[in-house]
Design a protein around this ligand. Structure first.
Ligand code: IDP
Ligand code: MG
Length: 150
């Protein structure tokens, strides 16, 4: 089953939007297999955003994600990565469609509330980076057949 890593970033936690964000992924049909509330160590932030190392926004980005606690989620489902990205909305909140998390609750790129993995491979890798295997729960959900056709 496809996996994606979602982070409700510090602004989401500080603004009391964590419940709203989880609600949207739950309602979409994604199955929660891991969740933790944590203060992100700088080293983990740098590894997570390694692809952005050297860009002008890298330092502010690491500062942002480590500035205050986050809620990290591992979600599973068919098309989990693409579905979650569409639920999150465009990186620039001013370009994010209304009805998406960023389109409904954010205004600026450096305060865009949520992270979501951007490819199937990165979904697997990021869940592995943020969660130990022992922190992930494999469970049959009673309504799975009403969400997953296969
Ligand atoms: P994504 O979060 O939609 O996948 P990425 O391009 O992977 O977007 O960038 C990671 C994060 O870095 C963004 O969510 C945003 O918080 C921040 N970021 C990206 N580009 C810029 C920029 O040009 N200025 C400031 N922050 C940026
Ligand atoms: Mg990204």
């Amino acid at each position: 089953m496809e996996r994606t890593l979602i982070i409700a970033k510090p602004d989401a936690v500080q603004r009391g939007l964590v419940g709203e964000i989880i609600r949207r992924f739950e309602a979409r049909g994604l199955r929660i297999i891991g969740m933790k509330f944590m203060q992100v160590p700088r080293e983990l932030a740098e590894r997570h955003y390694a692809v952005h190392q050297g860009k002008p926004f890298f330092e502010p980005l690491v500062k942002y994600i480590t500035s205050s606690p986050v809620m990290v989620m591992a979600l599973e489902g068919t098309n989990a990565v693409a579905a979650a990205r569409l639920t999150i909305g465009a990186t620039k909140p001013n370009e994010a469609a209304a009805g998406t998390i960023r389109g409904d609750f954010a205004l600026e790129i450096g305060r865009n509330l949520v992270h979501g993995s951007d490819s199937v491979e990165n979904g697997q890798a990021e869940v592995g980076l943020w969660f130990a295997e022992s922190e992930l729960v494999s469970w049959p959900r009673h309504n799975d057949p009403w969400i997953f056709e296969g």
